[in-house]
Ligand binder design. Structure first.
Ligand SMILES: C[S@@+](CC[C@H](N)C(=O)[O-])C[C@H]1O[C@@H](n2cnc3c(N)ncnc32)[C@H](O)[C@@H]1O
Length: 290
């Protein structure tokens, strides 16, 4: 390999994977990105159409001019505009699935996998609705892991539903999609309602990372003055829909006790919570006593 004294490519020579990654990671670190090496690798793997592990085994392979330009543009989007990697690559892993995402949907978070894990124990053939499905992450992962369940996903955003539908077609997962404002006008009896609703309090807006506040949809994030406005409406609607026996909600840090009290007030007499890997009470489960 012909390398200049500084370790970069000779003039006129195409850069290798290794020679592309090092300055990109340095650029991302200088821009204040927390995971510069990982992000550089994810972006380069995406541009090359490779699995990330191949960057290591084929680190001396040289990239053509078009790919070098595409990579440099992706790194710049990440560094200067603080665009999330998932919006640049258009893909995000969630449980066993690789999902398509774009800026009209929230990027699925690892902690939301707990919502799916809690639902894995449901009895066979239960009818489940994922309210505020976004790209369909929860509904699709549940259908993937429990094909016997009847799974539907709903959202008030038509753009989000388009992404969810595209994901279900591509993955071949049979989920029904509904356009609705929470449960307004939703026909059919769902025994279980799951939701990762918007729950960021208005007062927390300024504390969010620029990747979130500057790029993710407001509709997916904010839940009013205390973050619980959408949850209050949803539980209020469930109060009279007594065929729904179980409600499972993802909540923000510090919200679990208040959400549990709201569930009890709406007829879910038995309430428990599940902690995420960081030890935060992340999922609240309410059940109606028979
Ligand atoms: C926090 S995101 C969750 C997305 C996805 N379920 C996930 O976990 O990655 C909340 C979702 O709720 C939707 N949403 C917000 N208000 C809604 C409403 N009134 N009725 C239905 N969906 C709503 C948003 O469009 C967004 O897709």
């Amino acid at each position: 390999m012909s390398v200049s004294a500084a370790g970069g490519p000779e003039v006129g020579e195409r850069p290798s994977v290794r020679q592309l990654l090092a300055p990109a990671a340095a650029r991302l670190a200088a821009a204040g990105i927390d995971t510069p090496q990982l992000d550089a690798e994810l972006l380069l793997a995406h541009v090359l159409g490779w699995p990330r592990a191949r960057l290591l085994s084929d680190s001396d392979t040289r990239a053509d001019d078009a790919r070098v330009a595409a990579f440099q543009s992706a790194v710049e989007r990440r560094a200067s505009a603080r665009e999330p990697v998932a919006y640049i690559t258009g893909r995000r892993h969630f449980r066993r699935l690789e999902l398509e995402v774009n800026p009209s949907v929230l990027i699925p978070r690892p902690e939301t996998e707990l919502l799916v894990a809690v639902a894995l124990g449901l009895p066979s053939a239960t009818r489940v609705l994922d309210v505020g499905t976004g790209c369909g992450a929860v509904a699709l992962a549940l259908k993937d892991e429990r094909p016997d369940l009847h799974v539907s996903g709903s959202d008030v955003s038509q753009e989000a539903l388009q992404v969810a539908r595209a994901n279900s077609r591509r993955l071949g997962l049979d989920v029904s999609w509904l356009h609705a404002d929470l449960l307004e006008g939703v026909a059919g009896a769902f025994e279980v309602v799951l939701s990762n609703p918007p729950y960021v309090a208005d007062s927390e807006r300024t504390a969010l990372a620029p990747e979130i506040s500057g790029h993710e949809p407001e509709l997916a994030l904010y839940g009013g003055p205390d973050g619980l406005s959408v949850i209050r409406r949803l539980l209020g609607q469930l109060q009279s829909r007594t065929r729904t026996r179980v409600v499972v909600l993802e909540v923000g840090a510090g919200q679990a006790q208040r959400v549990g009290a709201l569930m009890r007030a709406c007829g879910f007499g038995s309430v428990r919570s599940e902690r995420d890997l960081a030890g935060i009470e992340r999922v609240v489960v309410g059940e109606r006593r028979a």
